[in-house]
Design a protein around this ligand. Structure first.
Ligand code: E4P
Length: 231
C-alpha cells in the first residue's frame, strides 16, 4: 500500500520523508489555507516548490485546482505541471466539469486525482474518464452515517471488477482503525496527516516491550552496549 502525507507543511514533509516509507504528498485548498493562516511566510508557489524539493521529482505530489470549469482546470493543471513538475497529480473534485477536464488532461499526459468522491459509482465514472487515482473521504462519510471504509472497499472492488488501472487513494482519516480497515479492503493507497502516521506505528505494548528489554539489559550489562568489546 502506498502511504502519502496529507499536509502543506514542509516540516511535516521533511519528518515523514525521513521516518516513513513515503510515496508522496497530497494537499488541498483547505490545507494550504491552514498553513497561510498559521503564519507561513512563503507564498503558494514557494511552498509547493519547497515540498517538491524535499520529496524530489520521483515522489508523487497531488495539488488541487481551484477552478470550477473544465477549461480553467486544464489551464491551472498546465501551470502546475510547468511550475512544479515531477510526478504531479492534479486533484479535481468529481463532477461533470471535472470529468471533462480529466479527459483532456489524460490526453496531455498530466496525472489526475479525482477527489471529494463519496460513492463507488462516482469513482468508476472518474476512472473511466482517465483518473489515475480516486480519493474517497473516509472520516467525512463516517461522520454522516458511518461506513466510510465500506465505501472504500466497494470502490476497490468496482475498479477491480472493471479492470481499471485507477487506484483508490483513501483520504480523510481521524484514527488508525480507519486506515487499517482500508488496508484490509485492498485499498492501493492512503493519505493521512503526520499525526496519523505516528499513531499507526505507535502502541503502548510496543513501548512497554522496549522498556522491558532496556531494563533487563541494563540490570546485567549496565550502560555497556553491543558496541562494547568487553561484553
Ligand atoms: C485529501 O485528498 C483530502 O483532501 C483530505 O484528506 C480531506 O481530509 P479532511 O476530511 O480531514 O479535511
Amino acid at each position: 500500500m502506498l502511504y502519502l502525507l496529507d499536509s502543506g507543511s514542509p516540516g511535516d514533509v521533511r519528518y515523514c520523508k525521513e521516518y516513513y516509507p513515503l510515496a508522496g504528498v497530497t494537499t488541498n485548498p483547505s490545507i494550504i489555507a491552514k498553513e497561510m493562516r498559521a503564519g507561513e511566510k512563503r507564498g503558494f508557489w514557494q511552498l509547493l516548490e519547497e515540498i517538491r524539493g524535499i520529496i524530489g521529482p520521483k515522489k508523487m505530489l497531488h495539488v488541487q485546482s481551484v477552478q470550477k470549469q473544465a477549461e480553467g482546470i486544464v489551464e491551472e493543471a498546465r501551470l502546475l505541471e510547468s511550475r512544479i513538475g515531477g510526478a504531479l497529480y492534479v486533484k479535481i473534485p468529481v463532477g461533470a466539469e471535472g470529468l471533462k477536464a480529466a479527459m483532456k488532461l489524460k490526453g496531455l499526459g498530466i496525472g489526475v486525482t479525482m477527489t471529494a468522491v463519496f460513492t463507488p459509482a462516482q469513482a468508476l465514472m472518474a476512472a473511466e474518464a482517465g483518473a489515475d487515482f480516486v480519493a474517497p473521504y473516509v472520516n467525512r462519510l463516517d461522520n454522516v452515517a458511518g461506513g466510510g471504509c465500506g465505501v472504500v472497499e466497494e470502490i476497490v472492488r468496482v475498479l477491480e471488477l472493471h479492470k481499471s488501472g485507477c487506484k483508490c487513494l483513501a483520504a480523510s482519516f481521524k484514527n488508525t482503525w480507519q486506515v487499517h480497515n482500508c488496508a484490509m479492503s485492498g485499498c492501493q493507497s492512503v493519505t493521512m496527516s503526520a499525526d496519523i502516521f505516528r499513531a499507526v506505528l505507535g502502541h503502548p505494548l510496543t513501548d512497554a516491550a522496549v522498556e522491558g528489554f532496556d531494563r533487563d539489559w541494563k540490570s546485567v550489562f549496565g550502560e555497556r552496549t553491543i558496541l562494547s568489546e568487553d561484553l
